[in-house]
Write a protein that binds this ligand. Structure first.
Ligand code: ZN
Length: 299
C-alpha cells in the first residue's frame, strides 16, 4: 500500500512538473505571422508556449512580396496563421490555398477604424498601416491573444498574462509618443516620408506626413508627384524629409537636394530591423521613429 501511494504521489508530482515546465519544441503551438511587426506581437503574447515563423523578414517590403516555395511549407506547418488584413498581403490568400492549410487565418487588424487611402487608389482603398497608431497595436494584440487561446485553450492564463503585460508597455509607449509630439512646436509638425505609411500615426498623434508614393509601394511615384512634393516642401518650409528602411533612398535624397530640406534620418514603417539594427521590436521601432522625428523637427 505504501509503495502504491508513493507511486501515485510521484505520478502526480511529475504531472505537475510537466505542466509547469515550458513545452518542448515539438509540442509548441506553431504560429505563422506574415511580416516582422506582426511576428513581434505574436512573440510577446505567445511567449514560450509557441513557435513563431514569419514570411516577410526584417527590412523587407510586404507590399511587393513574392512568396518562395518554402513559404508554402511554413503555412502548411502552422496551426494558426496571423495576417494584417486591410489589403496589405495581396499575395496571401493564394499562398494559403496552395499550401493546403486548414489552419484558421486570423486578421489582426479586425476592429480598428479603417483609414481610406487618399485619392482612393490601392487595394479596396484601405490604408493597411494601422499598426502605426499604438492604440491600434493594442487591438492587434487583443486579437492575437484571443486567437492563441482559441487554438490552445490550455495556455489561456499564460496568453492573458503575457498580453496584459505587453498592453501595459504599449500604454506607456503611447503616452511617450504623445508627450514627444506635444513638445514639438505645432507649426513644425510636418514631415516627408517615401510612401504614405504614416496616415494612422498622423491621425493618432497630429504630425502631418506627406509622401510622393501612395499607401502601397507597388507603383513608382510619377515625375509630377515628385515635382508637387518639392514645391510643397519649399512653400510650406517643411524642415525634414525621411528615408525608410524598406525603400530606395535615392528619391528622398533628390527631394531633399532640390527642396533644401534636410534628411531627418530613417523611419521604420512596414518592417523591423534585425537584432543588430535600431528597431528589432515594435517598441524599439516606435521609440526610434519618434526620437528621429523630434530631433529633426525641433532643431
Ligand atoms: Zn507600406
Amino acid at each position: 500500500m505504501v509503495t502504491r501511494r508513493w507511486m501515485l504521489s510521484v505520478a502526480a508530482g511529475l504531472a505537475l512538473l510537466m505542466t509547469a515546465a515550458p513545452a518542448p519544441a515539438q509540442d509548441k503551438l506553431k504560429v505563422l505571422a506574415t511580416f516582422s511587426i506582426l511576428g513581434d506581437f505574436v512573440k510577446n503574447v505567445g511567449g514560450d508556449r509557441i513557435e513563431v515563423a514569419t514570411l516577410v523578414g526584417p527590412n523587407s517590403d510586404a507590399h511587393v512580396y513574392a512568396p518562395a516555395p518554402a513559404d508554402a511549407k511554413k503555412v502548411a506547418d502552422a496551426k494558426v496563421v496571423i495576417v494584417n488584413g486591410l489589403g496589405y498581403e495581396g499575395w496571401m490568400s493564394r499562398l494559403v490555398k496552395a499550401s493546403g492549410s486548414k489552419a484558421p487565418v486570423v486578421v489582426a487588424s479586425k476592429g480598428v477604424k479603417e483609414r481610406k487611402a487618399p485619392g482612393g487608389h490601392g487595394h479596396g482603398g484601405a490604408d493597411p498601416h494601422a499598426w502605426q497608431s499604438v492604440a491600434n497595436a493594442k487591438v492587434y494584440v487583443a486579437n492575437i491573444r484571443d486567437a492563441l487561446i482559441a487554438a490552445d485553450p490550455a495556455g489561456k492564463a499564460a496568453y492573458e498574462a503575457n498580453a496584459a503585460a505587453y498592453l501595459g508597455k504599449l500604454d506607456a509607449l503611447d503616452a511617450d509618443v504623445k508627450a514627444a509630439v506635444a513638445a514639438i512646436p505645432a507649426d513644425r509638425r510636418k514631415i516627408i516620408s517615401t510612401h504614405d505609411a504614416f496616415g494612422y500615426f498622423q491621425q493618432a498623434y497630429g504630425v502631418e506626413f506627406i509622401a510622393p508614393q501612395g499607401v502601397s509601394t507597388e507603383a513608382e511615384p510619377s515625375a509630377r508627384d515628385v515635382a508637387r512634393i518639392i514645391t510643397q516642401v519649399k512653400k510650406q518650409k517643411i524642415p525634414a524629409v525621411f528615408l525608410e528602411n524598406i525603400a530606395d533612398p535615392r528619391l528622398m535624397e533628390r527631394i531633399a537636394h532640390e527642396s533644401g530640406a534636410r534628411i531627418g534620418g530613417k523611419l521604420y514603417s512596414d518592417a523591423l530591423t534585425d537584432e543588430k539594427g535600431d528597431a528589432p521590436t515594435y517598441l524599439d521601432m516606435m521609440r526610434h521613429n519618434i526620437k528621429q522625428i523630434s530631433t529633426a523637427l525641433m532643431s
